[in-house]
Design a protein. Structure first.
Lengths: 284, 317
């Protein structure tokens, strides 16, 4: 009689501690996986299901601006630490870490550019820098970009991605809301067009200030655009929330955005808009 | 970082400049109740002395005190007549914001303010002073009316924040907060805002983009509630006191940071103890600030108002 072996297949490795967290290149919607170069070539859109991955500020600028036209301004501008803020870590340390991780001075990169040969000012946020939060540096850089656009009478195009105001700067971060709003007022007086592209997520203090004041507001599919995010709304009100709560699609249905534009269509869309805005004749 | 000392020097300069301006501004002078004035002046002298965590928290407690006067308590004491105007002309009337025309110190003004309720029923009716977008639209409508007729606008700020609810989002909470601020930037009439209790985040700043911004002595003005900040940064809402001490929402700090132009004194122990005296002091403070703001040329107001907010923030480079 042949000997029988009892074979037990048991995985004795510790369960991975990133349990549930997927690799950043794995699509959170459909599970497709891409190499870095594939993702970059696809503008970070999943080829299988159309999911839009996050895009950093520099890569976004490369996607939108005509090659070689972007001239960054105020790259050396940094938030100070007016409150000497310390939670579980010093604010200065958090900024330094974010700078190391992203290579950016703060959560907004701005400068002159051309999109489809139309000159504009471009101000692009980066969610990877402290959740794209708006403190003194972001507010100042946006305001300066608006001033430049008003001075040159060219459109200001802004791409937003932000969790809101930066708590570590306390009341001064709240004041960036009226500050950026006042900058939009300057733009409007100069009749410089203002286009906002809201990307995932655009919430709280940024949604409730300059982002919502675009002459034209477009959004990427699936982006969360909400003053208060679903978790807090749920906790505070105990309301049953629809599955698409706060998403771009819901915002479009309620009339808060002009169009939902897929990332591959964004540059041509902006090009068409800027061409229309380029007519300087005064019809009034 | 080499830029660090420069930043703090700039801050020192700003502080000194602000203090000089404050003394030049007769806002704290002419107040009938000299005891309060003396006390406040002593406080201002000590502004360089850091308020302790307990002192900051004391402000948070008083700002939320259940007997603290609310907008309508002040309006009925400060104004000879008040005609409330209701509705946003689109969808609804939001009881969390009251607005109307009033006679203040002998002249017609528009008043806009958050309104909290005192008993359970009124609190619910007023939604705890947390507006929907409809409230901001009503505010804009009344401000526009005042602008066309040349009436100054007084706003009283007292909200935990804009309402975080499903329909508020569907009706465009963020967008209307933004548009209300933009409308205020463009006004041609003098505008004075005073935080009389809780100045909670975007829901507060929506009606506080004014020529002169004041705070009552025990009011707070902040980017997030102490509990919210603690929940996010400390991952524990019960660390609220620590959070408040870190982000400094009290009037003294807001003055020091250049966010407000003056502090309106309260009766000894807080506004909740003597509503009449608190209203008299507030009326005095608003009156002086209004006289000051009126001196600016009408065509110049928008430019100066933009400049006021344009300079906010501390950065290098």
């Amino acid at each position: 009689m042949a000997e029988r072996y009892e074979a037990v297949i048991e995985d004795r490795r510790e369960p991975a501690d990133d349990d549930g967290k997927k690799h950043p290149n794995t699509c959170p919607k459909c599970g497709s996986h891409y190499r870095d170069d594939e993702l970059e070539a696809n503008l970070r859109v999943c080829l299988q299901c159309g999911h839009h991955y996050p895009v950093g500020a520099r890569e976004r600028i490369a996607q939108l601006a005509d090659r070689g036209t972007f001239a960054e301004q105020d790259a050396d501008l940094r938030s100070a630490d007016p409150l000497s803020f310390f939670d579980l870590k010093a604010y200065t340390e958090r900024i330094a870490q974010a700078e190391m991780a992203t290579g950016l001075g703060d959560a907004l990169v701005a400068g002159a550019a051309a999109i489809e040969r139309r000159p504009c000012e471009l101000a692009v946020m980066d969610f990877a820098f402290m959740g794209g939060s708006m403190g003194s540096a972001v507010g100042e850089k946006f305001a300066r970009a608006a001033d430049r656009a008003a001075g040159r009478r060219v459109p200001l195009v802004t791409v937003t991605a932000s969790g809101g105001a930066r708590m570590q700067e306390g009341i001064l971060s709240l004041m960036q809301m009226p500050k950026t709003v006042a900058a939009v007022d300057v733009l409007r007086e100069a009749r410089a067009p203002f286009v906002t592209v809201m990307t995932h997520p655009t919430t709280a203090g940024v949604l409730a200030s300059f982002a919502s004041l675009g002459d034209v507001i477009v959004s990427e599919p699936g982006a969360l655009l909400a003053f208060t995010g679903p978790r807090v709304v749920q906790q505070t009100t105990r309301e049953k929330l629809p599955d698409d709560f706060g998403l771009a699609e819901s915002n479009a249905r309620f009339g808060h955005v002009d169009a939902i534009v897929r990332r591959p269509d964004l540059r041509p869309y902006l090009g068409r808009l800027l061409a229309l805005f380029a007519d300087e004749r005064d019809g009034g | 970082m080499a830029a660090e000392p420069k930043a703090s020097e700039v801050e020192q300069l700003r502080l000194r400049d602000r203090l000089a301006r404050l003394r030049a501004l007769p806002l704290l002078g002419g107040v009938g109740v000299s005891k309060e004035l003396e006390r406040l002046e002593r406080q201002i002298e000590q502004i360089a002395v850091e308020p302790s965590a307990d002192e900051v928290w004391h402000s948070v407690d008083l700002a939320r005190h259940q007997d603290r006067p609310y907008t309508l308590d002040y309006v009925e004491r400060m104004c000879d007549d008040f005609v409330e105007l209701r509705g946003d002309r689109t969808f609804a009337d939001d009881p969390a914001i009251v607005a109307g025309l009033a006679r203040f110190r002998g002249r017609t003004v528009a008043v806009v303010g958050h309104q909290k309720g005192r008993d359970i029923r009124e609190r619910t009716h007023r939604n705890f002073g947390m507006p929907y977008p409809e409230g901001y639209r009503k505010a804009m409508r009344v401000m526009d009316l005042a602008d066309r007729h040349g009436y100054p606008i007084l706003t009283l700020v007292d909200t935990p924040g804009a309402y975080p609810g499903l329909t508020a989002e569907q009706h465009g909470q963020g967008g209307w907060i933004a548009r209300c601020q933009l409308a205020m930037v463009g006004l041609t009439v003098p505008t004075i805002a005073c935080v009389i209790g809780e100045g909670g985040s975007g829901g507060a700043v929506a009606i506080a983009v004014a020529d002169r911004v004041l705070m009552q002595e025990n009011a707070i003005y902040s980017v997030i509630s102490p509990e919210g900040c603690a929940a996010i940064l400390w991952r524990d809402a019960s660390e609220a006191k620590k959070a408040a001490a870190a982000f400094k929402p009290d009037a003294r700090h807001c003055l020091e940071l250049g966010v407000i132009d003056g502090i309106v004194p309260e009766p000894e122990g807080g506004a909740h103890l003597e509503h009449d005296v608190a209203a008299q002091l507030l009326s005095e403070g608003l009156g002086v600030a209004l006289e000051d703001a009126e001196r600016v040329d009408r065509g110049q107001r928008r430019v100066e108002r933009r400049a006021r907010f344009r300079t906010m923030g501390v950065f290098t480079g």
